[in-house]
Design a protein around this ligand. Structure first.
Ligand code: HEM
Length: 253
């Protein structure tokens, strides 16, 4: 699988002209059986009681959506490089994040780290998630569900929420030089808002998985999906399809 080709293939379209649809809370969706978590737990989750999920994040304003879309277009030629840079920097500033990645957690040398396939792969997956998010800013229910599910997966990956905000900070410092003068305060604010949206939804998914809420409800015959009805179910299916399509494209490459 060649992850770099993911971003060479296509330039994304921007959905911002479409007015935002009504809000749907993305909590539920069809729960899956848990996959095994990484073996050595990151300290935050090892012995602590489940933390309640944060409240839903605010959606981006029309202006923020437009700004994020426009600046993402300007960044597209550099996103593979940015994905690697941001994770190398993240591991330099917060080496404990490496514990979640069993393939390179013992690598100290930055040059070797840079070449690690798993690091490049994760950097590109993060960029791909940002690309999906930017392309679906007008599909709130689908987007929330997509990111919520990602947060659930990160519980299984043993990658706790306290690190997510650093990813946004490193992303912004990696792309600022690429945009140069075009990185204004408004652009900064819009990207801060986007990362807040992503990381809060991820944390909500992580916390729900952590508390075992979904599986507990399913075992008791009262699934979360029942509470939300078909809008969230549809969003869950659409989110699953987006991921399946991306995986199929990866395999084709
Ligand atoms: C904004 C923050 C982040 C985003 C958007 C993000 C995104 C992603 C995505 C899209 C995947 C692939 C999911 C799949 O299996 O389909 C993934 C996997 C993973 N993430 Fe993250 N991630 C973030 C932060 C982190 C952090 C801070 C850590 C570690 C502390 C981490 C650890 C992992 C691990 C271990 C995997 C699975 C293995 C791999 O793909 O290499 N993630 N992440």
């Amino acid at each position: 699988m060649n992850f770099f080709r993911l971003f060479e293939r296509k330039k994304m379209s921007c959905p911002v002209a479409t007015p935002a649809k009504g809000k749907a809370t993305a909590k539920g969706g069809a729960p899956k059986a848990p996959e095994p978590r990484n073996k050595e737990p990151v300290k935050e989750t090892a012995l602590s009681l489940p933390t309640p999920p944060p409240p839903p994040p605010r959606r981006l304003s029309e202006d923020e959506r437009r700004i994020v879309c426009e600046s993402w277009r300007a960044l597209q030629d550099d996103i593979t490089r940015v994905g690697v840079i941001l994770f190398v920097r993240l591991f330099e500033t917060h080496p404990e994040c490496k514990d979640s990645f069993f393939q390179f957690r013992d690598i100290e040398d930055v040059q070797r780290l840079r070449l690690s396939k798993q690091l490049r792969s994760h950097g590109l997956r993060v960029m791909s998630l940002i690309e999906k998010t930017v392309a679906r800013l007008d599909q709130d229910a689908v987007l929330e569900q997509l990111i919520f599910e990602l947060g659930r997966k990160h519980y299984k990956y043993n990658a706790p929420p306290k690190y997510y905000e650093f990813v946004g900070a490193e992303f912004i410092s990696a792309v600022k030089p690429v945009l140069g003068d075009r990185w204004t305060q408004d652009v900064d604010d819009a990207w801060q808002a986007l990362f807040k949206y992503i990381t809060t939804n991820m944390e909500r998914g992580f916390r729900e998985e952590e508390s075992g809420f979904v599986l507990g409800k399913v075992a008791g015959g009262d699934s979360v999906g029942n509470k939300h009805g078909s809008a969230v179910d549809e969003a869950a299916h659409a989110a699953a399809k987006i991921n399946a399509d991306a995986d199929a494209q990866d395999t084709a490459n």
